[in-house]
Design a protein around this ligand. Structure first.
Ligand code: GLN
Length: 225
């Protein structure tokens, strides 16, 4: 009787083991052929940037999308695309999703779907340390301000009115313009401004405490996806 029970138990264990192995096998097969094509503008630290060799994509968003890919059983393939080219790339079917600190807003919702919000952000100003004229967003009137093209910063600074807005391809370019004294101020998402001050070693600039907006980041994908 005891021997019979042992045989039954062994058979049950082997069946479970086979099932587990089988599942693992299926998952591997899925990750071999299912690819999640991800677009990002990898010039937006700490959310997306490339390591010193310009190879590995790093940052909060990159970790998040890799974890999502793993959960889905998809291989994640990341392409670096200019910010204002990301929604067109989704619409053309060149990428499945864009993750790039992208703010969910009504205008973009006309063209893409968004995931649930995953990060709360807002806009802040950086000026030279010895600049005492600019303390609030209203003080930007009559001043030269660098923003990244196609972003909420560009839209909001243009709304203030009377600001000489200079638009650049990346947030890194806006910081360079401030360093070169081509502008009086830079407006970007606050975490990106703060990270720049923390990491660049730049001691001649300061971030102002005022936040202009409250924005939610979402992952964008096609309306028919
Ligand atoms: N959050 C801003 C926007 O969506 C900036 C995003 C970015 O530059 N990557 O417009």
């Amino acid at each position: 009787m005891a021997k019979k029970l042992l045989v039954v138990c062994m058979a049950a264990i082997m069946a479970v083991a086979a099932l587990v192995a089988g599942c693992g096998g299926d998952q591997k097969a899925a990750s071999d052929n299912k690819v999640l094509k991800v677009g990002t503008n990898a010039d937006f630290a700490p959310f997306e940037f490339q390591d010193e060799n310009g190879k590995e994509y790093q940052g909060f968003d990159m970790d998040l999308i890799r974890a999502i890919g793993e959960e889905m059983g998809y291989k994640v393939e990341i392409s670096n695309i200019q910010f204002d080219g990301l929604i067109p790339a989704i619409q053309a079917g060149n990428i499945d999703v864009a993750i790039t600190g992208m703010t969910i807003n009504e205008e973009r919702k006309q063209n893409v779907l968004f995931s649930d919000p995953y990060y709360k952000s807002g806009l802040s100003i950086i000026v030279a340390k010895d600049n005492n004229d600019i303390k609030t967003f209203q003080d930007l009137k009559g001043k030269k301000v660098a923003v990244q093209i196609g972003t909420t910063s560009a839209a909001e600074v243009n709304k203030i009115g009377g600001v000489e807005v200079k638009e650049f391809n990346s947030s890194a370019d806006t910081f360079m313009e401030l360093r070169a004294k081509g502008v009086d101020a830079v407006v970007n998402d606050r975490p990106v401004n703060d990270y720049y001050i923390l990491k660049s070693g730049e001691t001649n600039v300061k971030a102002l405490p005022e936040l202009l907006t409250s924005e939610d980041y979402g992952i964008a994908f096609a309306k028919n996806n």
